[in-house]
Design a protein around this ligand. Structure first.
Ligand SMILES: Nc1ncnc2c1ncn2[C@@H]1O[C@H](COP(=O)(O)OP(=O)(O)OP(=O)(O)O)[C@@H](O)[C@H]1O
Ligand SMILES: [Mg+2]
Length: 359
């Protein structure tokens, strides 16, 4: 065995100088450093992230390389990433389902793109390697089966519903349980029970994030969900114009009243780039959601362009993040997904009592 000039302790001390940019502590203190190997002039290390969708992976990797290359005699660095998503432990303790985090997507106003956002961020998160479920809580007009191109779920197993699978995510929808074209009239307690069962009576298997698409409005469904299921956080989708924002505020206040942490506001259909001329049009105005987020003291998560391919993808069951992964809107969905995952990690870090690592 060759004599090592650099020890594991040296590597750890060096990595104490690398900060996790969002948690503002060093990687060693955060227990994110694993599998240090030293072989002559080569160091290998695994960094265990709090989410596979970490938006700052590149920054962390560069910092790790920099501090390790500064060690005497070290010339090559191998950085690998792993992740261990923190779980909101209330979910398992109250519902006994293997789901680490539940995130609700809401809006005050209908038709602003909640389902489109829920579906595309779910897939974008799955593309990073996260284990994702998508639950269609729109019991009045479930759209997600069509948006993901699936019309049925597999047969039940062990008295539990088995979610459908599409594009690497698991999907559960009231659309699988009721006849198409049949209006359903829900009465208070029934609705409450149905929404809860769509979360609890499903064989989800291990999920890092369960994304829940709510029906429009700030009414029964949002309340039922928040009262029957511990929600890790809520996202509000809005278009930029004032009337939509007024509704978005109501959605936000409803979450606050229900003690659901707000992950932030997303501005959808913020602008349109004409494919023929490249000119940019701000059809519904611009920047309204960011201003509203500032006023309300909640994070602004980003904006998504209006892109007909997103609409076509929704109609044909081929989401835009899958069909056009290099488009601006797909990139924006990827960034949005990463921001949401990062916000959840920070939330877990700030309120560790609610969050435990469920292995
Ligand atoms: N960024 C976008 N660019 C183009 N079309 C979009 C975009 N976002 C959503 N759409 C389209 O707008 C319509 C409404 O979107 P969606 O169904 O996602 O909204 P919603 O808020 O879930 O509606 P509802 O309130 O009825 O549940 C759909 O046809 C969808 O494809
Ligand atoms: Mg919808």
């Amino acid at each position: 065995m060759s004599k090592q000039s650099v020890s594991e302790l040296d590597v750890r001390s060096a990595l104490k100088n690398v900060q996790e940019p969002e948690l503002h502590q060093d990687l060693v203190t955060l227990n994110m450093v694993k599998n240090i190997t030293i072989n002559e002039n080569t160091v290998g290390v695994t960094i265990v992230l709090t989410t596979p969708a970490c938006p700052l992976k590149k920054v962390i990797e560069e910092d790790v390389r920099r501090v390790l290359l500064a060690l005497k005699g070290i010339e090559t660095i191998h950085v690998t990433f792993d992740s261990n998503v923190k779980g909101d432990s209330r979910i398992f303790s109250q519902l006994q389902i293997p789901v680490k985090n539940i995130v609700a997507v809401a809006s005050g106003k209908g038709g602003v793109g909640k389902s489109t956002v829920a579906a595309n961020i779910a897939i974008a998160l799955a593309q990073t390697g996260a284990k994702i479920g998508l639950m269609d809580a729109d019991i009045y007009g479930p759209n997600l089966p069509q948006m993901l191109g699936v019309s049925r779920m597999p047969p039940a197993r062990d008295n539990k519903l088995v979610p459908a699978e599409a594009y690497g995510i698991k999907l559960m929808s009231m659309g699988f349980l009721v006849e198409a074209d049949q209006p359903i009239i829900w009465r208070g307690p029934m609705l409450h029970k149905a929404i809860r069962e769509l979360v609890t009576d499903v064989l989800w298997e291990d999920l890092d994030y369960l994304i829940v698409d709510l029906p429009p409005g700030t009414g029964d469904a949002q309340m039922s969900l928040a009262q029957s299921v511990p929600l890790t956080g809520g996202i509000i989708v809005s278009t930029p114009q004032d009337v939509a924002l007024a509704d978005a505020r109501r959605g936000l206040v409803a979450f606050q009243k229900l003690h659901v942490p707000i992950l932030g506001i997303v501005e959808n259909m913020a602008y349109f780039i004409a494919p023929d001329t490249g000119n940019r049009y701000e059809i519904f105005g611009y920047g309204g959601a960011e201003k509203a987020a500032e006023e309300l003291g909640v994070p602004f998560l980003g904006r998504l362009p209006l892109d007909p391919r997103a609409r076509e993808g929704g109609d044909t069951g081929k989401p835009v993040v899958v069909e056009f992964p290099d488009s601006e809107i797909a990139r924006a969905f990827g960034e949005l997904a990463a921001k949401i995952a990062a916000r959840i990690s920070v939330l877990g870090f700030k309120t560790p009592s609610k969050f435990n690592i469920i292995q």
